[in-house]
Each structure stands twice: as structure tokens, then as C-alpha cells.
Design a protein around this ligand. Sequence first.
Ligand SMILES: [Ca+2]
Length: 275
Amino acid sequence: MTLCGNYTGSLPPMIRTGQNEAIIQFISDETRSIESGFRLEWSATGCGGEIRNHPVGVISSPNYPNAYPLNIECLWHIYAEPGYRVDLLIEDIDIELTHECTYDNLQVFSGNNDRDSPLLLKQCSRAANIHVSSYGNEMTIKFTSDLSNVQHGFNATFRTTERGCGGTYFTDQGTITSPNYGGGNHYDPKTDCSYRLLAEENFEIELTVNDYDIPRSINCSASYLAIYDGFFDESDSVLLAKFCGQLTQPSNQALQFRSNNSILSVRLFSDGLHS
Ligand SMILES: [Ca+2]
């Protein structure tokens, strides 16, 4: 929108941006002007957000318990400490009921995005006390409404709970294993354990893989042990190796890794769909 002249009485209509950024440009030429300039007000409205290291919290649809707006998309990302999972209790939900929840819906994913993270729940209609838990330490919650028909929305409480695998290690040396490693026990078919190994600044970390025995899948997509230079969930991390199947000795694979900086991370993932 471009404005000039003056508005006495009626103001120009409110402008709403489609995203979280607005740019305002004010231009005047060399001619001396007597006009007073401009004044504008803005406010940010929205929903969703990034929630890190909160042991407990509440999320709800905009305006809850009143009707949610038309045509919105809210994305919440909840990050717990490695070794923790996120439990979500949807205490109350009332969303436009449609076949397969096509128009309005609440979706919950186990992971940090709504594209390739496993879908835990897709819900519309009325319900109470639905409980879902992430496999790993991350959960994504997406709430969508279309251009017509709204209800009251939802209200949910999340809590992070220790899961007994993964963790952050800040010691000179150590050993990590999958849950129940050794003794013929198996790790849980749905597993997402992340291990972060930290060293003092200016130190590097050396890691040797001694053993792995993980169901084989194409590109190790269903289950894997992965080694990253850096924290695996940060954009500048580099995947160093991804293992599935069984380690055979002598191996032609590289089994020794070294961090570029002072951080290495390891992830054991299993989608629970393959055994
Ligand atoms: Ca709707």
C-alpha cells in the first residue's frame, strides 16, 4: 500500500501482513514540506512458538475458550532436554468435525517438524483427555483452521519426563550404549535417544563405534545409529555416519570419528514400525 496526502476524519484501513514481517518505507524529496508526517501503530497477533526446556506448560488455540479464528495455522515446537520425552494431555478439544479432519484439525508429531516427523495424532470433533507422548525429546503441534465454521478449539498441558536414554555428557571420557544393551535385551521398538558429547572449548572429541546391531532398512531410514559433528538438531551440524544392520569385524566402514569443534552428537532412532 502506498499513501500520500492527508486523512482527516477517516483513517486508511488496517493492513494485515501474511507473515511475521512488515516493512515501512517513508520517502520525501528535496522540496521543503509543511506537512506533519505520519504516525502509525502496530501490534503482533499470532499463535504457536518455540518452547525450550520448560518442564511444564499450557498451550491452547487462539481465543480459547472462545472460538478460534478462521484461516489460521499455528505451529508449536516443544524441545525437552535430551533423554526426556514430551507428554501432552489434551484436556479439552472441540474442532469442526469433518471427514478425515480435512478442514480444521489438531495434529501432533513426534519430532521437530510437521513434514517428516511421525504423526502421533490428528484430531477434530469434541473429545477430552487425550494423551500423547513423543518418542524422543521433541514434539510439534499444529493447529489449522479453514475459511469457514469454527468451534472452541483446544486446551492442552505438556510435561517433560525423563525417558532413560540419551543425555548430555561433559566428561573427559565415557561410554554410551543403547537402552538395555548387552545381556540379550533389546531396546524399545520406538526409540529416539539423543546423546550430546561436549568437551571444553578448543578440545575435540574422538568417538569409536564398538558395536551396533540395528534392523536393516533402505538408507537406514527406519532405524539407525547416526553420528553428527555438532548438535544433530542444529542446522550447522554435519552427519558423519549412519549405521544400520550389524557390525562385522574387520569392518570396511570408518568407525572412528572426530569433532571439528567441541561437540559430537549421537542419535539412536527406531520408528517402531519395523522390527
Ligand atoms: Ca473450519
